[in-house]
Design a protein around this ligand. Structure first.
Ligand code: NAI
Length: 270
């Protein structure tokens, strides 16, 4: 299905941990479409993950960076433009982690040190990435920056815990920074609100199996897969969507506009 949609375009892809990661699938698709990129992840994930395999497959360099560290991000952006031979056209922020979720702390019993850490990794890191790119003037005109989010930012999913608040913040950053990036640099900034997806981060959410099958039964087109999310991201990185910015774009098979579906009704009518 390759159409050279990203031929000659350069970028950075954050968050490929293993072959299930949304960022992993996106990196493979960007490569197919002719784009070149640097892969990055937190130094700790680098040791656990299989990112080297992906780098070899896509002919990419890996530059480790903790997305909460301004110093790391600065170095990453500087090195990436050197390695790739010019300014960037696309950036994917595919990062999320809640310490409260990991440690089994309920939303009504948060440890605020955990909350702060999770917010820094999952939400503020997006501002840090945007600010680093902006200050370094590292993006080409008509470039595109995408972050991944979930509908718990708008509606309540009790087990999504403090990630719901992190995603609300992340989406707000996309709008607020999107204004300045659009006005000053002609760069677009959007978030994709993705269906539940079986990845390391996704499966960390309590009751994930129930969650994913419920969403599947509610969505007229079924859940969107990681592969389909990668396809959608390609469209946002391409020149075909130049005037789409400051949006939170639902990629969820229709779930976000549903009240109830026939299948869910049937499960409740005895
Ligand atoms: P994943 O676990 O494969 O990816 C999360 C990535 O965040 C990992 O590569 C991890 O190493 C990275 N990360 C964690 N701390 C970091 C730090 N300090 N610096 C740099 N990177 C760090 O899981 P997935 O699902 O591919 O997650 C990608 C994005 O998609 C996240 O923002 C997630 O919230 C979002 N998303 C996931 C959904 C799902 O059901 N899996 C649904 C909707 C959105």
């Amino acid at each position: 299905m390759a159409n050279d949609l990203l031929k000659g375009k350069r970028g950075i892809i954050f968050g490929a941990l293993d072959e299930n990661s949304i960022a992993w699938k996106t990196a493979e698709r960007v490569h197919e479409e002719g784009g070149t990129f640097v892969l990055t992840n937190a130094p700790i994930a680098m040791r656990m993950g299989k990112i080297k395999e992906l780098a070899e497959k896509t002919g990419s360099e890996i530059i480790p960076a903790d997305a909460t560290s301004e110093e790391d991000l600065n170095e990453l952006v500087t090195k990436a433009t050197e390695v790739l031979g010019g300014k960037l056209d696309f950036v994917l922020h595919s990062i999320g982690m809640s310490v409260n979720v990991r440690k089994g702390r309920h939303y009504t019993d948060e440890n605020y040190d955990f909350t702060t850490k999770g917010w820094d990794v999952s939400a503020l890191s997006f501002h840090k990435v945007l600010q680093t790119l902006y200050k370094n003037d590292a993006m080409n005109e008509w470039g595109s920056i995408v972050a991944l989010t979930y509908m718990a930012a708008q509606r309540t999913f009790p087990d999504y815990n403090d990630m719901a608040d992190n995603k609300a913040y992340l989406e707000s950053v996309a709008r607020s920074f999107g204004y300045f990036f659009g006005k000053d640099k002609k760069v677009r900034v959007n978030t994709i609100s993705q269906s539940p997806t079986p990845t390391t981060a996704g499966q960390g959410v309590k009751g994930f199996d129930g969650f994913i099958s419920y969403a599947e039964k509610m969505s007229p087109l079924g859940n969107a897969t990681a592969q389909e999310c990668a396809d959608y991201t390609i469209s946002l990185f391409s020149d075909l969507t130049r005037k789409v910015t400051m949006q939170n774009l639902f990629h969820d098979g229709g779930f976000s506009n549903m009240g109830v579906s026939q299948e869910v009704m049937e499960a409740f009518s005895k």
